[in-house]
Write a protein that binds this ligand. Structure first.
Ligand code: FE2
Length: 396
């Protein structure tokens, strides 16, 4: 896979080269309580906080960590804080997908040159431990991308080892952290983020990711693949140049009944946002067993799903010469895990129900065995299941 265009020096000189997902920031109504929810149910460590006790007078922030995942929960402390208005409009949800880069200012300038709109101009936070430079651009709806570059004790390498996150943050201690170390959930990193945009806007945002961030289209599902009798969506997957980050973009499509994308938008002030975030595990059965034990509420599939799944999956794996699904089939069924296969292998995945009272944001747990797609074969089954839930909420 070496060529002149992929030499390391060529990559590092491009300011759009992404190093990592630095963190994902949620705006929430009560960060203290949300932190305990995510720690209890998904096994996150409540690692560091910034609040009144550390001199943060406008907002309180809780940094949750697990594997190479960093979730930042932010709640406003004043009615003037911009998060206060957003929470009123959209409820709890993802505000920011932050990306670690070599030089945040250079990346920001390049993105602006490529047509991005400023959300926050570059600024450097600094103390005796080092510096963190952040700069943000607007994406769809309420969402922003923040570029982050780090020096000193704040370096990306140090952060991954549990080092300090940003100035004003202090380490947090909780018996729950010890419990979670003893009962790991096995979440490793963010596999992909899915955005819901308005009808007719998917291609606009596909082009935006190409033009502004140099992303490429990764996979394409057409309408016919994933429509059900009642609802439909269109989806295209954008991936960063090094495939580090994948961002599928959905838009609603016409159906006999209301699409789930439209339901999301209606409960999100008709404003685009992140529909789901997928966490990667290398042990789907172990992870789902532990998350179910902790009370995570997952979507359930119609019983007929498991009568059809093995024939569908095995046929695809055989056709392309891949090994069959090695995980225990009965446990997969008992845990309600979904299985899909493509020309590269298979994947195991499962979706939670919305994590707040509004039917908006949810989480996916995914394990890949060769397959790099997103469970296209499960879309139809998933949407049938989602519609059942929608019907129960009286929103179909
Ligand atoms: Fe997904």
């Amino acid at each position: 896979m070496t060529s002149a265009s992929t030499q390391p020096s060529a990559i590092s000189s491009d300011p759009l080269t992404l190093i990592d997902v630095d963190h994902v920031r949620f705006y929430v109504g009560n960060a203290k309580q949300a932190a305990y929810f995510y720690a209890h149910t998904f096994g996150f460590r409540i690692d560091q906080i910034a609040d009144l006790t550390t001199g943060s007078r406008e907002e309180a922030d809780y940094l949750l960590t697990q594997g190479n995942i960093r979730i930042l929960l932010t709640t406003p402390l004043t009615k003037e804080h911009p998060a206060a208005e957003e929470i009123k409009l959209y409820g709890d949800g993802i505000k920011e997908v932050a990306l670690t880069v070599e030089d945040a200012t250079a990346t920001y300038n390049k993105a602006i040159e490529n047509g991005a709109e400023c959300a926050q101009a570059p600024r450097t936070l600094e103390d005796e431990r080092g510096t963190v430079t952040v700069a943000s651009i607007k994406v769809y709806g309420r969402v922003i991308h923040t570029f982050v570059s780090r020096t000193g004790e704040y370096s990306h390498e140090n952060l991954r080892k549990g080092g300090p996150f940003m100035p004003t943050f202090k380490k947090f201690d909780s018996p729950l952290n010890t419990y979670n170390e003893d009962h790991p959930c096995g979440l490793m990193y963010c596999d992909h983020f899915v955005g819901n945009v308005e009808e007719g806007k998917m291609n606009y945002w596909v082009k935006w990711y190409e033009d502004v961030l140099g992303f490429k289209m990764f996979k394409h599902f057409d309408d016919a693949d994933i429509s059900t009798e009642f609802s439909a969506l269109m989806s295209k997957v954008m991936a960063s140049g090094n495939n580090l980050i994948k961002m599928p973009i959905n838009e609603p499509a016409d159906g006999v009944k209301k699409s789930q994308i439209l339901e999301y938008l209606e409960w999100h002030n008709m404003t685009p946002g992140v529909q789901h975030l997928a966490f990667r595990t290398d042990d789907e059965i172990g992870t789902i067993t532990e998350l179910r034990r902790r009370g995570v509420d997952f979507l359930s599939m119609p019983d007929t799903y498991y009568e059809l799944v093995w024939e569908r999956v095995n046929k695809m794996l055989q056709q392309h010469g891949h090994e069959m699904v090695k995980e225990d089939h009965k446990r997969i069924r008992d845990l309600g895990i979904l299985v899909d296969a493509d020309d590269e292998g298979y994947l195991l995945q499962l979706f939670t129900k919305p994590l707040q009272d509004r039917p908006t944001f949810f989480i996916e747990i995914i394990c890949r065995r060769g397959s790099q797609s997103f469970g296209k074969g499960n879309f139809k089954a998933l949407f049938e299941s989602l519609e059942l839930e929608q019907e129960r909420r009286g929103n179909l």
